[in-house]
Write a protein that binds this ligand. Structure first.
Ligand code: COA
Ligand code: AMP
Length: 631
């Protein structure tokens, strides 16, 4: 019996960190157990387990087979948009992954090379990630909703030796062809991608979309010898995942192998409280950190069956689809973003569709990715009747930093709070001068270094950006970019981003990146993009533009052009639908646009006229414009 409490476990992880994480490291299989638990890297930044050796694909597949679980279902693919359900045991997973790894080897890839994976929600995406990990190739999965320009940025930064893609994705009833997007990205990228592997989904006749020189995924796999796993150092990068920052250029978060494996095993057991052999479903996308950690590596390390769901919470075919999947596959714990529950609640306010399914397998529901409103939690507790547990993390951490250790049965949910600090994350709330704030004062959420194992090792090839983005604001601490309040019991309430990052339907996007696109419209002299509140998606972007003198084009035309440009450059997922042409933007005397003021005005929140504003009449003028938008 475990007699520890979660508070004791947290204290131990901070006060005796090396011992604590050395013990957790024993929970996974190492080919060489690390002697050096915590040290500093060449940039003097903390690193975990540097001299350990392991392989992630081995941990996720071969280890379980060796332990006699080869016949357990490892992956269930459930695709309401194509009508397919497929199941793969660990034996079959090994076959798929090792043959694809063999195919990659035959193309000349080896440990340390990089691969871009641009694929929809099909099991082959998971195979591709594990195949890379098997031979030490560093993968970068790119979300399928991103436009070619986003692919180009990633190709030029990580210089892949291979791109693995598929013929198409399916969005509800719409086929999204990938190959024209890939072809365009390849044309625009500075660096040539030597190999393009295409998985043909055979959804419809689409031969005309193939361009010259692509390699057929199925042929490659059928002709290849299975590849064995290679041992990598604990600090060998497992993957890069680009995420939005406060500039136009996404940041290449670099994840290690050993620390990440230990953190995921820890979180599956203690945070999600799920036993090996059970079924865990994260309804996310492979392109996000949740997809990496909790659709692929976390559940598979923990020997859970994982579900690859190709659909939406609504319209595929209805708002009962989540409950159907839980019932059909006897899901024991689920993870999704609050926006998905809001979408279901909107379609099925009285929970009529819920009643159609047997949800008795479900023990816990986890929510993260954005703030969860109390009305959504209420709907959930009335209709689903299992604990809904909010938790907070970022692409950068790769696993929860705030949450509740549900392994300990006496965990207490506090509504609207994202939980308490997770072991290894020594969280503080600071004022702008770096003084720690007491309970009930809103400030910046920071974490004392070292971060727990598995958090980012840095940004790919850019230590100085890593420093300036996260480490220089409060020396000795990681700056999360979020605001928060703590209560007297240690529960933390996230108040939102304090920078130019917004969260649209659980998707993290940069308003600066959108501003770059908007500003490139020839009619635009100046612009600001802000995230405003939205009942379904949490936030949506709004662009405010000032036109160049002498532009006499129809304003509706310009607005449409801007919407199309953002869709074309960033992707449909940016969801920029509203553009307002204004005469002036509120600024400080030094010329800084007051984005927070704009946000508060449009959200109808109280705001104070800053003393630094150069002309108060601008604010009145803007308010009038916003009223037209609201109507
Ligand atoms: N490939 C191609 N296009 C994609 C895409 C993908 N993988 N994902 C989204 N898009 C497109 C959509 O088709 C849509 O295009 P449209 O403007 O032509 O309709 C656009 O991007 C916006 O999509 P989305 O943000 O999904 O909004 P939606 O209105 O279609 O659906 C929700 C709203 C709430 C149902 C949906 O956003 C959702 O399920 N969110 C949960 C998100 C989530 O799980 N996040 C992961 C964090 S845990
Ligand atoms: P991503 O890197 O895409 O996971 O986005 C991370 C950001 O999402 C955080 O910095 C927060 O702003 C937001 N976020 C994630 N989880 C939560 C949560 N539980 N409550 C509030 N905001 C959250």
């Amino acid at each position: 019996m475990n007699t520890k409490t979660s508070d004791e476990m947290f204290r131990e992880s901070i006060e005796n960190k090396e011992h604590f994480w050395a013990e957790q490291a024993k929970e996974i299989h190492w080919f060489e157990f690390p002697k050096n638990i915590l040290s500093n890297d060449a940039n003097d930044y903390p690193q975990w387990f540097c001299d350990g050796k392991l392989n992630m694909s081995y941990l996720c597949i071969d280890y379980h087979i060796e332990m006699g679980h080869g016949n357990q279902i490892a992956v269930i693919y459930d695709s309401p948009v194509t009508g397919k359900v497929e199941k793969y045991t660990f034996f079959q997973l090994k076959e798929e992954v090792s043959k694809l790894a063999g195919g990659l080897k035959s193309l000349g890839l080896s440990k340390g090379d990089t691969a871009v994976i641009y694929m929809p929600m099909i099991p082959q995406t998971l195979f591709a990630m594990l195949a890379c990990a098997r031979i030490g190739v560093i993968h970068n999965v790119v979300f399928g909703g991103f436009a070619p320009h986003e692919l180009v940025v990633r190709i030029d930064d990580c210089k892949p030796k291979v791109m693995i893609t598929a013929t198409a994705g399916v969005e509800i009833a719409k086929r999204i062809p990938y190959l024209p997007l890939v072809e365009k990205a390849i044309e625009l990228a500075i660096d040539r991608v030597p190999n393009i592997i295409v998985y043909n989904r055979n959804l419809v006749e689409n031969k005309h979309e193939f361009f010259e020189g692509t390699i057929d995924y199925q042929e490659l796999v059928s002709q290849s010898e299975p590849a064995d796993y290679v041992l990598v150092e604990s600090t060998h990068p497992l993957y890069l995942l680009y995420t939005s920052g406060t500039t136009g250029k996404p940041k290449g978060v670099q994840r290690d192998t050993g620390g990440h494996a230990v953190a995921l095993k820890f979180s599956m057991k203690y945070h999600y409280g799920i036993e090996p052999g059970e079924t865990f479903w994260a309804a996310s996308d492979f392109g996000w950190a949740v997809g990496h950690s909790y659709m692929v590596y976390g559940p598979l390390i923990n020997r859970n069956t994982t579900i690859v769901f190709e659909g939406k919470p609504v319209m595929t075919p209805d708002a009962g689809t989540f409950w159907r999947v839980i019932s059909d596959h006897e899901v024991n714990a689920m993870f999704t973003a609050p926006t998905a529950i809001r979408a279901i609640k909107k379609e099925d306010p009285d929970g009529q569709l819920v009643k159609k399914y047997d949800l008795s397998s479900l023990k816990k529901q986890f929510l993260a990715g954005e703030r969860c409103d109390v009305a959504t939690l209420d709907w959930f507790s009335v209709h689903i009747r299992v604990p809904a547990i909010d938790h907070w993390w970022q692409t950068e951490s790769g696993s929860p930093m705030l949450g509740l250790l549900t392994h300990f049965e006496n965990y207490q949910i506090k509504r609207a709070s994202a939980g308490k600090p997770i072991p290894g994350y020594n969280t503080k709330i600071f004022d702008e001068n770096g003084y720690e704030l007491g309970p009930h004062h809103e400030g910046f959420l920071v974490i004392k270094l070292p971060l727990a194992p598995g958090a980012l090792m840095g940004l790919y090839n850019d230590f100085s950006r890593f420093q300036s983005s996260y480490l220089s604001q409060f020396p000795g601490y990681y700056f999360s970019g979020d605001g928060a309040i703590q209560d007297e019991d240690g529960y933390i309430f996230i108040t939102g981003r304090v920078d130019d990052v917004i969260n649209v339907a659980g998707h993290r996007l940069s308003t600066s990146e959108m501003e770059e696109v908007v500003a490139s419209n020839p009619s635009v002299a100046e612009c600001a993009v802000v995230g405003i509140e939205d009942a379904l998606k949490g936030q949506i972007p709004l662009a405010l533009v000032i036109l160049k003198a002498g532009v006499n084009k129809d304003q509706n035309e310009i607005e449409k052009e801007i919407v199309a440009m953002v869709r074309d450059k960033i992707g449909a997922v940016a969801s920029l639908k509203d553009v307002l042409v204004v005469n002036r933007l509120p600024k400080t005397r030094s010329g800084k646009i007051l984005r927070k003021l704009i946000r508060n005005m449009i959200d109808g929140k109280e705001f104070q006229m800053p003393s630094t504003i150069d002309d108060e009449s601008i604010v009145t003028e803007l308010q009038e414009k916003f009223n037209t938008l609201r109507r």
